[in-house]
Design a protein around this ligand. Structure first.
Ligand SMILES: Cc1ncc(COP(=O)(O)O)c(C=O)c1O
Length: 466
């Protein structure tokens, strides 16, 4: 008998206790303060003892409550970053993924889960209008973007064998930081990322993309790929995908769409994402606008051969020995990961439980909530809207009774004040060099009444500061 053995009955007892804690946590989620009222010293002190030499048995669970209480980002009025709400059936799917602890490497070692993931990927691709794409789950949008650009590089400027890759990548000036990071990690270099200016609605200007490509060619450089964003992190802008695709095709460039924030909203708003299916690769985050618990990114691509060119390095010990297309399939041939959690399981369970229609409806509700906030901002003379709410991000700031030169500092203090009051949680963005408050709706719990509460909190916090 191992010292680590837990009998099925003991497991059930522990799981029941954790289920009770989870039930209470969910029941209280929207009524308790969002930002925990704590300090760095307090949170460090919670764990100062480190890990024990002797096991605490059931008493080990007692320390879970402060950990759970200190984590409330699923709250309906937590509108910071792009943070999905941790849909509870998806949570249970994640639990099952840990129970079966299946390593989703290849069909031969994980047949059912590999087929499940392939099916979920195909279904999501179809749901966002990219029928025929395949792909795989990944840690998140950053990992999916890195893989998309690795595929672009190997397709057009292979470095797998020779090293020293080169090439220029184009993206709008609103690009997410994961793209310059991917440039650096792939050895392409951050200086080879060209930032194309945006129009008045924060979308890439295609004529300037075309000009930048021509300038690079004239200077003897090799244009490699365009990254179009389908939902920029600041304002939710969707680049003009049909025009970007036309240019990419005409110039022989790879087109990657960073849809980490927005792409899954194509399930509900297909018109806003016209041209997305013209991409060669597309990233999207089910832990954002499909409400799944982190981590749950997805990379879709049109050509599995291009994925294998970038990622297939099979050594003997993992070589699959089967000619059958399904039975010979290995995710490690099409992804940068080898050991992989069964991330698709939570999506599968969550969508089977609720149905795709319920997700489309939740996405539409988020968009309506953003529009509601936008109109409340327009109606408030002391507030200024900084970008139209095209998807579900709203950027605004307090302008009344504060001189222009002090508005950045005032709004930074205002954000801290709003969050410290504990009933709303916002983050910030920089637009035209100005500090703005930002709310992003990707939470299925948020209601129109929550939007009204958040706006009341903004004005109350401003009143406190003035
Ligand atoms: C547009 C965009 N791309 C990429 C990412 C990175 O995604 P992840 O945090 O899942 O790595 C984000 C995250 O907010 C994003 O908004």
């Amino acid at each position: 008998m191992s010292a680590l053995d837990v009998t099925p009955a003991q497991f059930r007892r522990l799981a029941d206790r954790i289920s009770s804690l989870a039930e209470q946590w969910l029941a209280d989620l929207d009524s308790r303060r969002i930002a925990p009222d704590t300090t760095g010293a307090v949170t460090e002190a919670l764990f100062a003892e480190g890990l024990p030499e002797e096991g605490l048995k059931d008493a080990a669970l007692e320390a879970l409550k402060p950990v759970m209480d200190g984590s409330r980002a699923g709250n309906a009025r937590f509108l910071a970053y792009v943070f999905g709400s941790g849909e509870p059936v998806g949570v249970l799917g994640d639990y099952v993924a840990s129970v079966i602890n299946q390593n989703v490497t290849a069909w031969r070692s994980a047949p059912t889960i590999v087929s499940l993931e392939r099916s979920v990927v195909r279904s999501l691709a179809r749901a966002v209008g990219c029928d025929g794409f395949t792909g795989s789950f990944a840690g998140g949008g950053s990992a999916a973007n890195l893989m998309g650009l690795a595929m672009a590089r190997e397709a057009l400027a292979p470095a797998n064998e020779e090293g020293s890759p080169s090439g220029v990548v184009y993206a709008s000036s609103e690009v997410h930081m994961s793209i310059p990071k991917a440039m650096a990690l792939l050895g392409l270099g951050r200086k080879n990322l060209r930032l194309i200016p945006v129009d008045s609605e924060w979308r890439m200007r295609p004529e300037l993309l075309e000009r930048a490509i021509a300038e690079d060619r004239a200077a003897g450089r090799r244009p490699l790929a365009v990254v179009a964003t389908a939902g920029t992190v600041n304002t939710g802008a969707v680049d003009p995908l049909p025009e970007v695709s036309r240019i990419a095709r005409a110039q022989g460039l790879w087109m990657h769409v960073d849809g980490a924030y927005g792409a899954l909203a194509a399930m509900a708003l297909p018109d806003a994402f016209e041209g997305m299916s013209l991409a060669d690769s597309l990233s999207m985050d089910a832990h954002k606008w499909l409400y799944q618990p982190v981590d749950c990114g997805v990379l879709l691509f049109r050509d599995p051969g291009a994925a294998r060119k970038a990622f297939s390095f099979s050594g003997d010990y993992v070589r699959t020995m089967n000619a059958d297309a399904v039975e010979g399939f290995a995710f490690f041939d099409e992804s940068m990961e080898l050991s992989r959690r069964a991330r698709a399981l939570k999506v599968w369970l969550s969508v089977r439980y609720h149905g795709l229609a319920a997700f489309r409806e939740a996405i539409r509700r988020d968009v309506e909530n953003a529009r509601r906030m936008e109109s409340l901002i327009r109606a408030a003379p002391e507030l200024e809207l900084l970008a139209p709410a095209r998807l579900s991000a709203v950027c605004f700031r307090y302008a009344g009774r504060v001189p222009d030169s002090e508005r950045d500092a005032f709004n930074a203090r205002l954000m801290a004040r709003i969050n410290a009051r504990g009933r709303a949680y916002l983050s910030n963005a920089t637009l035209h060099g100005r500090f703005v408050l930002r709310a992003c709706f990707v939470n299925h719990r948020t209601s129109p009444e929550d939007v009204d509460t958040v706006m009341a909190e903004v004005l109350a916090a401003a009143g406190e500061l003035l």
